[in-house]
Design a protein around this ligand. Structure first.
Ligand SMILES: C[S@@+](CC[C@H](N)C(=O)[O-])C[C@H]1O[C@@H](n2cnc3c(N)ncnc32)[C@H](O)[C@@H]1O
Length: 484
């Protein structure tokens, strides 16, 4: 019931024009569908127009495959409810159906081969020859993985494969049109989203054993290229659901958060609660605070938890708060060991399938203000975190300005506050100087490379690119440590 109801069927007339005749209703616990065969929503089309304008400049030849995936059915994963009485039977049934536990998947050889290829095509390896790239392309084909690896390959592919369909997708217009000029301006903007050298990055998770997964946390999915769907979730005798379906990429920020027993954890923008459930299943011996500003979404959040967690556990370990996350770190002392801040964003996949999305003309100002709002939420999350604690920032957009751009500006702004000479230029009022560093998520990417397509040109954090063979994401996340 939960996830399958989310899926929309999209009729595409041709590659540039879509007819979004289904409109998704985002409430996971209500069977609501709006079907309109006559009206394709204008804001859906605006979203696609914007993506077609901005994203080829960032993702180059990969944009057509990302676009295809965004316009296709997303792939679900099932988060098993360890409190459900049918927990064991359900897991056995899913395995019989061919599903695998994404957190315990151990096809070591496949993963090692894949990682080897990725390493070889390392971002900065300029001396790589065409022959080797072709070999690797063939390896990737044999591994059944896509070729979303490195832009460096693009130039070479263009030299050697002029008839490649992908290259003809955005054929340059020989005459420099006004569009071209706008595109160049936008490209400059995209390139200047981050400075790239103001935040330090450490690789502390390099040696982390990602195979060590707590026994309460199981996430099932079907293997690559397997488009099977999960049956609707059922309730057991005590009224608890046996699993919760969601986008598989949602698991990654939680892996990055690395919650440990007895931690005090804050989920600043929590509703409807998919990631908060993962946090709690990752480590049930914590004190979890779930906050959201929106009344109806907060109600959904508590509904989700009531259907997944027994009442006594809920009251003992979980606190629900309804408040403005921007104020969290200002009014309370920094008290959390871990903070997840999964901010509102342009929700790229969602915007292509919902009627009144943030690309609507009436919401232009909201969209323009979004990165500043996200920055405010991230700064607040960092302020709420204890020194030495971890903050994970996440979004479900591909836009660099809402991802790395926000991370860099927030960390820079918090550091600026330490300098008294800069105090008058500070955007938000807070008392103490705050310094942060970013913890690289490269090792996490390597471990989960079989399931996800990661964008290789990310400086801070990781970005999951939607791909038709395992249609998860988009999802960006960045792991930040508060130092002082
Ligand atoms: C991307 S959704 C969060 C999804 C959620 N983390 C999950 O996994 O189910 C963003 C949420 O931020 C909430 N939000 C927006 N502004 C907020 C604010 N100032 N303070 C707290 N929550 C806010 C929205 O109501 C929305 O529920």
């Amino acid at each position: 019931m939960i996830y399958q109801n989310h899926f929309i069927h999209i009729l595409r007339k041709n590659v540039n024009q879509i007819n979004l005749s289904f409109v998704r209703y985002a409430k996971p616990f209500k069977k609501k569908w709006m079907f309109s065969s006559h009206h394709s929503s204008h804001s859906n089309e605006l979203a696609l127009e914007y993506f077609d304008f901005a994203y080829p400049l960032i993702f180059h030849r990969h944009w057509p495959s990302i676009r295809l995936a965004l316009l296709s059915l997303p792939k679900p994963v099932a988060l098993i409810n360890p409190y459900s009485l049918s927990n064991k039977n359900v897991r056995e049934k899913l395995i019989e159906q061919g599903a695998v536990d994404m957190l315990r998947f151990d096809n070591t050889t496949l993963r090692e081969d894949f990682n080897l290829i990725r390493e070889k095509i390392g971002k900065n390896d300029e001396e790589y020859g065409i022959k080797k790239l072709l070999e690797q392309k063939e390896n990737r084909r044999l591994l059944g993985t896509s070729d979303l690896v490195d832009e460096q390959q693009d130039d070479i592919d263009e030299e050697i494969d002029e008839d490649d369909d992908m290259n003809t997708f955005n054929q340059p217009n020989p005459v420099k049109t006004l569009d071209e000029i706008y595109k160049q301006a936008l490209e400059q903007q995209v390139q200047s989203v981050i400075k790239g050298n103001v935040v330090s990055i450490v690789d502390d998770d390099k040696e982390r054993d990602y195979q060590k997964i707590p026994p309460s946390w199981h996430v099932y999915t079907f293997p690559r290229s397997n488009m099977s769907r999960f049956e609707p979730s059922k309730t057991d005798e005590s009224g608890l659901l046996d699993y919760y379906c969601m986008d598989g990429a949602c698991v990654l920020p939680i892996v990055a958060l690395d919650v440990q027993p007895f931690h005090s954890v804050l989920d600043l923008c929590s509703a409807p609660g998919g990631k908060a459930l993962n946090i709690f299943h990752m480590c049930p011996y914590i004190h979890l605070t779930c906050n959201d500003i929106d009344n109806s979404r907060s109600k959904r959040l508590t509904d989700v938890f009531n259907q997944m967690i027994p009442k006594d556990t809920l009251t003992k370990y979980i606190r629900f708060v309804k408040g403005d996350g921007c104020l969290f770190g200002q009014n309370e002392p920094a008290s959390f060991d871990r903070v997840l801040v999964d901010v509102p964003c342009t929700s790229d996949r969602h915007s292509l399938t919902t009627a009144f999305n943030i690309f609507s003309k009436k919401r232009i100002q909201e969209r323009v203000d979004l990165p500043a709002y996200q920055q405010k939420l991230l700064e607040s999350a960092i302020r709420a975190c204890k020194p030495g604690g971890i903050v994970v920032y996440s979004t479900c957009t591909l836009a660099p300005i809402q991802n790395e751009g926000v991370v860099e500006r927030a960390i820079e702004n918090l550091a600026l506050s330490s300098s008294s000479s800069n105090k008058k230029h500070r955007k938000y009022k807070h008392n103490d100087p705050i310094t942060c560093e970013i913890i690289s998520t490269q090792s996490l990417e390597k471990h989960y490379a079989y399931f996800f397509e990661f964008h290789s040109k990310i400086r801070y954090g990781s970005l999951v690119l939607p791909h038709i063979s395992n249609n998860f994401g988009p999802l960006y996340f960045c792991k930040i440590r508060r130092i002082s």
